[in-house]
Design a protein around this ligand. Sequence first.
Ligand code: ZN
Length: 395
Amino acid sequence: MDARDRTVILLGAGASSASAHCLPVMKGFFQEACGIKPTPELKTGLEWLYGRETQPEDMNLEEVIAFLDMSEQHREGATFKELDATDHLVRLRRELDRFLRRRLTVESPWHSLDPHSVGYGQTPRKFGDSLHSALFDAHLRRDNDTFRINTLVTLNYDLVADYALRCLETWRSWRRSGGVLPSRMELQAILRGTRRSPEHWDANTTPPGWYLKLHGSLDWVSCLNPACPHGRRCFSVEFDRQPGHDDWYGVGVLPADYNQSLPCVCGHAYRLVIVPPTYAKRYEGMPMIEREWRLAVQQLQGAKRVIVVGVSFAPSDVRLAWLVRYGLLGASADGIQIDLVYRCQDNADPMEHDVYARARALVPHATIRPFPNGLRAYLESEGLLEQWNKRSADA
Ligand SMILES: [Zn+2]
């Protein structure tokens, strides 16, 4: 591995909940908020799973997805009787996907434009979430003098970071210095198989950093039928909309026949591509998720600074713990700096806070700077919010 030379930003649910949008964290996900509450069907399913005594604030989304995912795997070898008895779990999963879409959808910055022209090249009329924009503009912008290959990794399903990043990537100030390399959102489409690599792209090309969504995304759909003519591509309903032919990338668009309420041309249903943080993850049908994890490891192995925002390092997330350990250990790991941004709910000493202790245990040799007052306070203390306000005012 080459010398550590880059910054990796790692976002968890706490980052989205710090944004201007009304987004929940995993625990308490099913509480009624902002006028959105679970449907009676979903409520009945959650009651079946947790029992009647458990309150919504104690229910955890990742727990529920993990349970349903493992149950689905279990059904593969089940008897007819067992299949019959667990049919309601398949319906519950569909109901959950629908609720996820409703609960996590945020307004697109392209809202007032023709939805079919969002694509990759259209300039929005405003920027995405200001906290995310400030963080990304400081660390992911490509400057003329310092060629930045920093990477953004997220564990979130929502599109808060996607919108903020895409808005910046279409902004003139970013494009000017970007040259001819594809943007991080375009690279992500290449990973998902909906765009082709540029023709001048070869083994010696250094990608300009990545945007990796390790748990999938609310706007990703895929047909899991191995014999499907759409292959195993994973389409973004939100961004793979550029119709027709693209000189640079070839044709890489949402299939013209795509419709959320209809099955794929092959007859199978499209699946929302989201995966829970369990180590029983099923990647065989979703190779792009495996590619994203592989790249995340490589990027962490090249990181000298990691900015972690709103990640709880829950003990159940075994694969994330592995990723952070594996990526940040080794001979070259001394002197890695981790900015740990979280919200300390009580008045405990930040050094004693659970999240800090868990991060400390994962990477004992790293220098960890704790920022227990959340993302906004972190950006303010680093001077990044002021810098962003100035830059975006000139736009
Ligand atoms: Zn299909």
